[in-house]
Design a protein around this ligand. Sequence first.
Ligand SMILES: NC(=O)c1ccc[n+]([C@@H]2O[C@H](COP(=O)([O-])OP(=O)(O)OC[C@H]3O[C@@H](n4cnc5c(N)ncnc54)[C@H](O)[C@@H]3O)[C@@H](O)[C@H]2O)c1
Length: 254
Amino acid sequence: MNLKTSYSSLKDKVVFVLGGSTGIGATLVEEFAKQGSKVAFVGRNEEASNELIESLKECSFVPKFYKCDITDLKSLEAVIEEVIKSIGDMSVLLNNAANDERHEFLDTTHEYFDWEYQTNLRPHVFTAKAVIKSMIKLGGGSVINVGSIGWMRKNEKTILYGVFKSSLHGLTHGLAKRFGKDRIRVNTLVPGWTMTKKQIEVHLDEEGEKKIKEGQCLPDKVLPEDIANAALFLASDDSKMITSQDIVVDGGWT
Ligand SMILES: NC(=O)c1ccc[n+]([C@@H]2O[C@H](COP(=O)([O-])OP(=O)(O)OC[C@H]3O[C@@H](n4cnc5c(N)ncnc54)[C@H](O)[C@@H]3O)[C@@H](O)[C@H]2O)c1
Protein backbone atom coordinates (compact mmCIF):
# COMPACT_ATOMS: atom_id res chain seq x y z
CA MET A 1 0.00 0.00 0.00
CA ASN A 2 1.32 3.44 -0.84
CA LEU A 3 1.20 5.95 1.96
CA LYS A 4 -0.79 9.03 1.19
CA THR A 5 0.94 11.13 3.80
CA SER A 6 4.61 11.92 4.12
CA TYR A 7 5.63 13.25 7.55
CA SER A 8 8.74 15.42 7.23
CA SER A 9 9.02 15.52 11.06
CA LEU A 10 9.73 11.76 11.12
CA LYS A 11 12.76 11.96 8.83
CA ASP A 12 15.98 10.87 10.59
CA LYS A 13 14.17 10.38 13.90
CA VAL A 14 15.27 7.34 15.90
CA VAL A 15 12.28 5.03 16.32
CA PHE A 16 12.32 1.99 18.62
CA VAL A 17 9.85 -0.83 17.99
CA LEU A 18 9.31 -3.40 20.74
CA GLY A 19 8.35 -6.57 18.86
CA GLY A 20 8.93 -5.71 15.22
CA SER A 21 9.71 -9.06 13.60
CA THR A 22 6.20 -10.05 12.56
CA GLY A 23 2.59 -8.86 12.44
CA ILE A 24 1.67 -5.24 13.08
CA GLY A 25 5.18 -4.58 14.42
CA ALA A 26 6.76 -5.52 11.08
CA THR A 27 4.40 -3.11 9.30
CA LEU A 28 5.38 -0.40 11.80
CA VAL A 29 9.07 -1.03 11.05
CA GLU A 30 8.34 -0.85 7.31
CA GLU A 31 6.22 2.30 7.34
CA PHE A 32 8.52 4.28 9.63
CA ALA A 33 11.54 3.23 7.56
CA LYS A 34 9.74 4.45 4.42
CA GLN A 35 9.29 7.84 6.14
CA GLY A 36 13.08 8.10 6.47
CA SER A 37 13.15 7.31 10.21
CA LYS A 38 16.06 5.42 11.73
CA VAL A 39 14.27 2.32 12.96
CA ALA A 40 15.65 -0.17 15.48
CA PHE A 41 13.54 -3.14 16.52
CA VAL A 42 13.67 -6.10 18.84
CA GLY A 43 12.07 -9.49 18.38
CA ARG A 44 12.89 -13.17 18.44
CA ASN A 45 12.27 -14.29 14.89
CA GLU A 46 15.60 -13.87 13.10
CA GLU A 47 14.43 -15.26 9.76
CA ALA A 48 11.37 -12.99 9.50
CA SER A 49 13.43 -9.99 10.67
CA ASN A 50 16.13 -10.56 8.07
CA GLU A 51 13.49 -10.88 5.32
CA LEU A 52 11.92 -7.62 6.51
CA ILE A 53 15.27 -5.83 6.47
CA GLU A 54 16.06 -7.22 3.00
CA SER A 55 12.76 -5.76 1.69
CA LEU A 56 13.75 -2.32 3.04
CA LYS A 57 17.27 -2.16 1.63
CA GLU A 58 16.36 0.92 -0.47
CA CYS A 59 15.40 3.05 2.56
CA SER A 60 17.69 5.93 3.55
CA PHE A 61 18.34 4.06 6.81
CA VAL A 62 18.04 0.29 6.71
CA PRO A 63 16.28 -0.84 9.94
CA LYS A 64 18.43 -2.57 12.53
CA PHE A 65 17.28 -5.80 14.18
CA TYR A 66 18.32 -6.80 17.70
CA LYS A 67 17.48 -10.35 18.68
CA CYS A 68 16.11 -10.26 22.20
CA ASP A 69 13.56 -12.04 24.36
CA ILE A 70 11.74 -9.16 26.02
CA THR A 71 10.98 -11.20 29.13
CA ASP A 72 14.72 -10.87 29.83
CA LEU A 73 14.86 -7.27 31.06
CA LYS A 74 18.65 -7.12 31.39
CA SER A 75 19.09 -8.04 27.70
CA LEU A 76 16.33 -5.63 26.66
CA GLU A 77 17.88 -2.73 28.58
CA ALA A 78 21.30 -3.58 27.12
CA VAL A 79 19.80 -3.42 23.60
CA ILE A 80 18.23 0.00 24.27
CA GLU A 81 21.57 1.28 25.57
CA GLU A 82 23.33 -0.07 22.48
CA VAL A 83 20.77 1.53 20.09
CA ILE A 84 21.19 4.92 21.76
CA LYS A 85 24.97 4.61 21.62
CA SER A 86 25.17 3.49 18.00
CA ILE A 87 22.17 5.23 16.35
CA GLY A 88 21.24 8.10 18.67
CA ASP A 89 18.71 9.27 21.24
CA MET A 90 15.19 8.01 20.62
CA SER A 91 12.27 10.23 19.57
CA VAL A 92 9.60 7.56 19.14
CA LEU A 93 8.76 4.42 21.07
CA LEU A 94 6.29 1.87 19.74
CA ASN A 95 5.52 -0.39 22.70
CA ASN A 96 4.03 -3.05 20.45
CA ALA A 97 5.08 -6.57 21.52
CA ALA A 98 2.48 -8.88 23.05
CA ASN A 99 1.19 -12.42 23.10
CA ASP A 100 -2.57 -12.94 22.94
CA GLU A 101 -2.46 -16.66 23.68
CA ARG A 102 -5.89 -18.05 24.47
CA HIS A 103 -6.24 -19.49 27.97
CA GLU A 104 -8.85 -20.83 30.38
CA PHE A 105 -8.94 -18.60 33.46
CA LEU A 106 -9.65 -21.49 35.85
CA ASP A 107 -6.42 -23.20 34.73
CA THR A 108 -4.24 -20.18 35.55
CA THR A 109 -1.09 -21.14 37.43
CA HIS A 110 1.29 -18.75 39.20
CA GLU A 111 3.85 -19.45 36.46
CA TYR A 112 1.38 -18.69 33.67
CA PHE A 113 0.40 -15.40 35.33
CA ASP A 114 4.09 -14.45 35.58
CA TRP A 115 4.68 -15.27 31.90
CA GLU A 116 1.68 -13.14 30.81
CA TYR A 117 2.92 -10.25 32.95
CA GLN A 118 6.52 -10.60 31.78
CA THR A 119 5.36 -10.57 28.15
CA ASN A 120 2.47 -8.12 28.05
CA LEU A 121 3.31 -5.42 30.61
CA ARG A 122 6.69 -5.54 32.37
CA PRO A 123 8.89 -4.96 29.28
CA HIS A 124 6.71 -2.03 28.21
CA VAL A 125 7.19 -0.30 31.57
CA PHE A 126 10.98 -0.71 31.58
CA THR A 127 11.34 0.12 27.89
CA ALA A 128 9.37 3.33 28.48
CA LYS A 129 11.63 4.15 31.45
CA ALA A 130 14.83 3.74 29.43
CA VAL A 131 13.53 5.45 26.29
CA ILE A 132 11.98 8.41 28.13
CA LYS A 133 15.40 9.20 29.66
CA SER A 134 16.68 9.43 26.09
CA MET A 135 13.70 11.57 24.97
CA ILE A 136 14.26 14.05 27.82
CA LYS A 137 17.73 14.73 26.41
CA LEU A 138 16.15 15.55 23.03
CA GLY A 139 13.51 17.85 24.55
CA GLY A 140 10.54 15.71 23.55
CA GLY A 141 9.22 12.53 22.01
CA SER A 142 6.22 10.31 21.39
CA VAL A 143 5.49 7.09 23.26
CA ILE A 144 2.83 4.89 21.71
CA ASN A 145 1.55 2.02 23.84
CA VAL A 146 -0.27 -0.52 21.71
CA GLY A 147 -3.46 -1.64 23.46
CA SER A 148 -6.29 -3.91 22.39
CA ILE A 149 -10.08 -3.88 22.08
CA GLY A 150 -10.08 -7.50 23.35
CA TRP A 151 -10.76 -6.62 27.01
CA MET A 152 -13.19 -3.85 26.00
CA ARG A 153 -15.17 -6.51 24.13
CA LYS A 154 -14.99 -8.77 27.22
CA ASN A 155 -13.02 -11.53 25.48
CA GLU A 156 -13.27 -14.44 27.91
CA LYS A 157 -10.50 -16.48 26.27
CA THR A 158 -7.77 -13.90 26.89
CA ILE A 159 -8.56 -12.61 30.40
CA LEU A 160 -4.96 -12.22 31.64
CA TYR A 161 -3.85 -10.66 28.35
CA GLY A 162 -6.74 -8.23 28.89
CA VAL A 163 -5.60 -7.51 32.45
CA PHE A 164 -2.17 -6.39 31.25
CA LYS A 165 -3.37 -4.71 28.04
CA SER A 166 -5.82 -2.59 30.04
CA SER A 167 -2.99 -1.67 32.43
CA LEU A 168 -1.20 0.01 29.55
CA HIS A 169 -3.87 2.73 29.66
CA GLY A 170 -2.83 3.51 33.25
CA LEU A 171 0.78 3.65 32.11
CA THR A 172 -0.18 6.02 29.30
CA HIS A 173 -2.07 8.45 31.53
CA GLY A 174 0.54 8.50 34.30
CA LEU A 175 3.50 8.98 31.96
CA ALA A 176 1.66 11.62 29.92
CA LYS A 177 1.16 13.73 33.05
CA ARG A 178 4.62 13.06 34.54
CA PHE A 179 6.57 13.85 31.35
CA GLY A 180 4.29 16.32 29.59
CA LYS A 181 6.47 19.17 30.86
CA ASP A 182 9.34 17.56 28.91
CA ARG A 183 7.17 17.62 25.78
CA ILE A 184 6.94 13.84 25.79
CA ARG A 185 3.55 12.73 24.55
CA VAL A 186 2.12 9.36 25.51
CA ASN A 187 -0.91 7.77 23.87
CA THR A 188 -2.50 4.34 23.60
CA LEU A 189 -3.10 3.12 20.08
CA VAL A 190 -5.85 0.51 20.26
CA PRO A 191 -6.16 -1.88 17.32
CA GLY A 192 -9.37 -3.69 16.49
CA TRP A 193 -9.20 -7.21 15.10
CA THR A 194 -6.32 -6.69 12.70
CA MET A 195 -5.64 -9.04 9.83
CA THR A 196 -2.05 -10.10 10.34
CA LYS A 197 -0.85 -13.37 8.81
CA LYS A 198 -1.14 -15.04 12.24
CA GLN A 199 -4.70 -13.83 12.85
CA ILE A 200 -5.82 -15.00 9.40
CA GLU A 201 -4.09 -18.38 9.62
CA VAL A 202 -4.72 -19.23 13.27
CA HIS A 203 -7.76 -17.36 14.56
CA LEU A 204 -10.05 -16.14 11.78
CA ASP A 205 -12.82 -18.64 11.09
CA GLU A 206 -16.42 -18.45 9.90
CA GLU A 207 -17.65 -17.40 13.35
CA GLY A 208 -14.97 -14.68 13.46
CA GLU A 209 -16.02 -13.35 10.07
CA LYS A 210 -19.59 -13.16 11.38
CA LYS A 211 -18.50 -11.33 14.55
CA ILE A 212 -16.59 -8.73 12.49
CA LYS A 213 -19.62 -8.13 10.28
CA GLU A 214 -21.93 -7.73 13.26
CA GLY A 215 -19.50 -5.80 15.45
CA GLN A 216 -17.85 -3.27 13.17
CA CYS A 217 -19.65 -0.27 11.70
CA LEU A 218 -17.44 -0.40 8.62
CA PRO A 219 -17.55 -3.42 6.29
CA ASP A 220 -13.80 -3.68 5.58
CA LYS A 221 -11.32 -5.57 7.74
CA VAL A 222 -8.73 -3.64 9.78
CA LEU A 223 -5.27 -4.11 8.23
CA PRO A 224 -1.81 -3.64 9.82
CA GLU A 225 -1.39 -0.58 7.54
CA ASP A 226 -4.40 1.04 9.21
CA ILE A 227 -2.68 0.75 12.59
CA ALA A 228 0.62 1.99 11.14
CA ASN A 229 -1.06 5.04 9.58
CA ALA A 230 -2.41 6.07 13.00
CA ALA A 231 1.00 5.41 14.58
CA LEU A 232 2.76 7.64 12.03
CA PHE A 233 0.37 10.47 12.84
CA LEU A 234 0.77 10.00 16.61
CA ALA A 235 4.56 9.94 16.27
CA SER A 236 4.74 13.00 14.02
CA ASP A 237 4.68 16.67 14.98
CA ASP A 238 1.25 16.88 13.29
CA SER A 239 -0.19 15.49 16.54
CA LYS A 240 1.92 17.70 18.81
CA MET A 241 -0.97 18.60 21.16
CA ILE A 242 -2.39 15.08 21.44
CA THR A 243 -1.40 13.23 24.59
CA SER A 244 -2.93 10.91 27.21
CA GLN A 245 -5.49 9.66 24.67
CA ASP A 246 -6.81 6.34 23.40
CA ILE A 247 -6.85 6.24 19.61
CA VAL A 248 -9.01 3.29 18.59
CA VAL A 249 -8.67 1.87 15.07
CA ASP A 250 -11.34 -0.83 14.98
CA GLY A 251 -13.81 0.03 12.23
CA GLY A 252 -16.22 1.25 14.91
CA TRP A 253 -16.50 -1.98 16.92
CA THR A 254 -16.26 -0.49 20.44
N1 LIG B 1 -3.73 -8.42 15.43
C1 LIG B 1 -4.79 -8.07 16.15
O1 LIG B 1 -5.93 -8.41 15.84
C2 LIG B 1 -4.63 -7.21 17.40
C3 LIG B 1 -5.79 -6.78 18.04
C4 LIG B 1 -5.68 -5.96 19.16
C5 LIG B 1 -4.42 -5.60 19.62
N2 LIG B 1 -3.31 -6.04 18.98
C6 LIG B 1 -2.02 -5.61 19.53
O2 LIG B 1 -1.16 -5.20 18.49
C7 LIG B 1 0.18 -5.53 18.81
C8 LIG B 1 0.78 -6.40 17.72
O3 LIG B 1 -0.02 -7.57 17.59
P1 LIG B 1 0.18 -8.62 16.42
O4 LIG B 1 -1.16 -9.15 16.09
O5 LIG B 1 1.03 -8.08 15.36
O6 LIG B 1 0.93 -9.78 17.24
P2 LIG B 1 2.07 -10.80 16.77
O7 LIG B 1 2.02 -11.92 17.73
O8 LIG B 1 1.91 -11.11 15.34
O9 LIG B 1 3.35 -9.90 17.01
C9 LIG B 1 3.76 -9.47 18.27
C10 LIG B 1 5.24 -9.17 18.24
O10 LIG B 1 5.76 -9.25 19.56
C11 LIG B 1 6.87 -10.10 19.57
N3 LIG B 1 7.05 -10.78 20.84
C12 LIG B 1 6.11 -11.42 21.59
N4 LIG B 1 6.70 -11.96 22.67
C13 LIG B 1 8.01 -11.65 22.61
C14 LIG B 1 9.15 -11.95 23.43
N5 LIG B 1 9.04 -12.67 24.56
N6 LIG B 1 10.35 -11.45 23.05
C15 LIG B 1 10.49 -10.72 21.93
N7 LIG B 1 9.46 -10.43 21.11
C16 LIG B 1 8.24 -10.89 21.46
C17 LIG B 1 6.58 -11.10 18.46
O11 LIG B 1 7.74 -11.77 18.06
C18 LIG B 1 6.01 -10.18 17.41
O12 LIG B 1 7.03 -9.53 16.68
C19 LIG B 1 0.14 -6.24 20.16
O13 LIG B 1 0.38 -5.31 21.18
C20 LIG B 1 -1.29 -6.74 20.23
O14 LIG B 1 -1.72 -6.89 21.57
C21 LIG B 1 -3.38 -6.85 17.89
